[in-house]
Design a protein around this ligand. Structure first.
Ligand code: KIV
Length: 273
């Protein structure tokens, strides 16, 4: 097992993620929503790029993920797909597009796959939408499940706190995870749950688990790009590790640009025709 960045240039597939789990190699996953950032992230060696419905928050400025439309995720997905050569690209099914009507869910899933050219979809939920998930997988579309904190259900929870701390919710999460595996999901995202529970689920499943706020004993980790690059100053959950302070870097670059315009030092002779 190597801790280095994988220099295997072959396209990452759902099959390769399973192989990574089997040999104990951790899976890296990060969100992207546009061509330029997806290009950098892919070339840096990311295994999985998620066109998350967090686009609703970080790109569109909404408070929740709920307002994001099918057309909007297709727009982001299409931009990302133009950039990515190696990473597996996963696109979130937006709120309301997969919620207990398998025929309609399949229509939405097919639109995303056809119009973006994405590799796979991610869907929040367990037993309640298992018929939809079976229908989509039955049509040949790979699905990553998403359990634990499901931001599309924020109005039901009323809080973004850690999920499944109580026995009943933890048992339901384990049974949902087994159901998703049995339905044919190729991986499951586990969001904001106790590390012990995430480890227990990971050990029970033969498909990979990808954690966000789920501790170290999952098969891979995912973060929202804007959070890990430090573009968001006012979002600091315990699970977040910031790898850059782009808010400060960009603020300082923009202020230097303003200053250079104001004091007439930009453009200089070399920058003029
Ligand atoms: O939309 C998103 O960014 C996600 C991650 C939080 C996993 O679903």
């Amino acid at each position: 097992m190597s801790a280095a960045i994988d220099d295997d240039k072959r396209k990452v597939t759902t099959h390769r993620l399973k192989e990574m789990k089997n040999r104990g190699e951790k899976i890296s996953m990060l969100t992207a929503y546009d061509f330029s950032m997806a290009s950098i992230i892919d070339q840096a060696g990311m295994d999985v790029i998620l066109v998350g419905d967090s686009a609703s928050n970080v790109m569109a400025g909404n408070i929740t993920t709920l307002p994001l439309t099918l057309d909007q995720i297709i727009y982001h997905g299409t931009s990302v797909m133009k950039a990515v050569k190696r990473a597996l690209v996963v696109i979130d099914m937006p709120f309301g597009t997969c919620s207990g009507n398998p025929e309609r869910s399949l229509e939405a899933a097919i639109r995303i796959m056809k119009e973006t050219g994405a590799d796979t979809l991610k869907i929040e939920g367990g037993a309640e939408i298992i018929a939809d998930i079976r229908k989509i997988i039955g049509a040949g579309i790979p699905v990553m499940g998403h359990l634990g904190l499901m931001p599309q259900s924020i109005n039901k929870y009323g809080t973004y706190t850690v999920r499944a701390k109580e026995k009943a919710e933890a048992e339901k999460l384990i049974s949902d995870a087994l159901l998703l595996e049995e339905a044919g999901c190729y991986a499951i995202t586990l969001e904001k749950i106790p590390a012990n529970l995430a480890g227990e689920v990971t050990a029970k499943l033969s498909i990979p688990t990808i954690g966000i706020g789920a501790g170290p004993t999952v098969d891979g980790q995912v973060l929202v790009m804007h959070d890990m690059l430090g573009l968001n100053k006012n979002f600091s959950p315990k699970f977040l590790r910031r790898y850059a302070d782009l808010h400060s870097v960009i603020t300082s670059a923009v202020q230097n640009y303003i200053k250079d315009i104001k004091d007439r030092s930009f453009p200089n002779e070399a920058e003029s025709y």
